[in-house]
Ligand binder design. Structure first.
Ligand code: CA
Length: 277
């Protein structure tokens, strides 16, 4: 827990009344996922493999909010770093590689709006969620021409923030990567065209989703349960053999006379896509 907090004289009384400060020691169980298990199919990935978890830089100076958000986001599987003033926030957002920035506007050091416009100039694709006090900066934020910006008005619930974070990460994922390539397979995520060794391969929607999932985790051993929840969702019967059936379809379509499909069976675990056995 970070104790070295720069207290700002600019902290408004409005902020002081927010939900975080009222419940500084609140223990929040991981209920969002329990309440909305089907709203967040992406969750399977960060939780099951921390190395793949999206990283978030939280730029916020109020310790109660930092503590609350950090624990809440971490509980959902995100990697979270906190910067406690605008100077540090801007430096880290520009120099380090984060998947998203959650940025408070009322900050000591560099004001949040300045940090935001710098980020828009230098890293236009980096998604930013802005935290504002009600009625304060809303108009200015809304007036910004910034596709990667969303904003939340304080006080907000953790569930609201998580929903925005997921939505922004989905948009970013769709726009930043358009092609995947591995083991002689090329996938275009925009046109949904697939090629193996230069010739096109026609896949059904489910086969395509399965291939994309395997390629995004190339080289990793994926269990049937991981694949099932990522591609088919949680509602599927875990006893089903649908994963094996569809891996079979994919192998057949991707194999060439001289080269088998690069999808390997890992005994008693699942599958791995990659070069070599
Ligand atoms: Ca603040």
């Amino acid at each position: 827990m970070m104790r070295k907090v720069i207290e700002t004289s600019g902290t408004s009384s409005r902020c002081r009344k927010n939900v975080f400060e009222k419940r500084p020691h609140v223990h929040f169980p991981n209920t969002f996922q329990e309440n909305y298990p089907h709203a967040m199919p992406d969750l399977a990935e960060p939780v099951s493999d921390p190395a793949l978890a999206p990283s978030i830089l939280l730029v916020e100076d109020e310790p109660g909010i930092v503590d609350f958000l950090k624990r809440g986001l971490q509980a959902e599987g995100f990697l979270v770093e906190a910067a406690l003033d605008g100077v540090e926030g801007e430096r880290r957002a520009l120099c380090e590689s984060f998947d998203m920035v959650v940025l408070d506007l009322m900050l000591p050091g560099t004001p949040g709006m300045e940090v935001l416009s710098k980020l828009r100039d230098v890293k236009p694709d980096l998604p930013v969620i802005v935290l504002t006090a009600r009625g304060e900066i809303e108009d200015r934020v809304a007036g910004l021409d910034a596709g990667a910006v969303d904003y939340l008005v304080k006080p907000f619930s953790l569930a609201e923030l998580l929903a925005r974070v997921r939505a922004q990460l989905r948009v970013a994922a769709q726009t930043s990567t358009t092609t995947l390539e591995c083991a002689g397979i090329e996938v275009n995520l925009l046109t949904r065209k697939v090629r193996r060794a230069g010739t096109s391969v026609a896949l059904s929607t489910t086969e395509f989703e399965l291939l994309v999932y395997l390629m995004r985790h190339r080289g990793q051993v994926l269990s049937r349960e991981q694949i099932l929840s990522a591609v088919w969702g949680y509602q599927h019967d875990p006893a089903t053999n649908v994963v094996d059936v569809y891996v079979g379809y994919l192998r057949r379509k991707l194999s060439r006379s001289d080269t088998p499909a690069p999808i390997f069976t890992v005994r008693r675990v699942g599958y791995r896509l990659g070069d070599g056995a």
